[in-house]
Design a protein around this ligand. Structure first.
Ligand code: FES
Length: 164
């Protein structure tokens, strides 16, 4: 038998509890759904060398410049046509770290004097092949470099250049 107040409000205690449980269940399922989607959404890992590294926005790299991205051990070499190469700092001779010499406009390995141009091509010394490159993509407006997948090259080819 319904009380007088229940008759006035039109809702029994049992109906109210049922509704509360229903709302709680919907909220719980909704939260679980959001957590599920977040878990499986592809994420950009930025765990340092060996992962995908955000280099910066394309506008940060002016044509004809070479910029070191220390975290990823690579250079973004922006060619005159605005294309990008992500060049690994590692010399293809015996693996020394190769600095960019802005005054010489070339990479100059300090170990045995291999020289590389801004495309990473060998222009002198004992290095047997161009500097390795990493794949580049654009994610959320940034150049992102996959340092987990170096690409060894026998020679430079225009298809290696990334255009944003
Ligand atoms: S390691 Fe670079 S020239 Fe030998």
């Amino acid at each position: 038998m319904r009380s007088e107040s229940e008759q006035k409000s039109g809702m029994s205690r049992r109906s109210f509890l049922g509704l509360a449980w229903g709302v709680s269940l919907v909220a719980l399922v909704g939260q679980a759904g959001v957590a599920f989607l977040q878990f499986f959404q592809p994420r950009l890992k930025t765990g340092g060398f060996g992962s995908k590294i955000i280099a910066g926005t394309p506008k940060e790299f002016k044509p004809g410049t070479v910029n070191l991205v220390q975290e990823g051990h690579f250079y973004i070499s922006t060619l005159e046509d605005g294309g990008y190469l992500a060049l690994w700092q590692r010399c293809t001779h015996l693996g020394c770290t190769v600095p960019w010499r802005a005054d010489e406009k070339q990479f100059h390995c300090p170990c045995h004097s291999s020289l590389f141009n801004p495309k990473g091509e060998v222009i002198g010394g004992p290095a047997p092949r161009p500097l390795d490159i990493f794949p580049i993509e654009v994610v959320d407006g940034n150049l992102v470099v996959d340092t987990g997948n170096p690409i060894a090259r026998e020679k430079f080819d225009p298809s290696q250049v990334f255009h944003a």
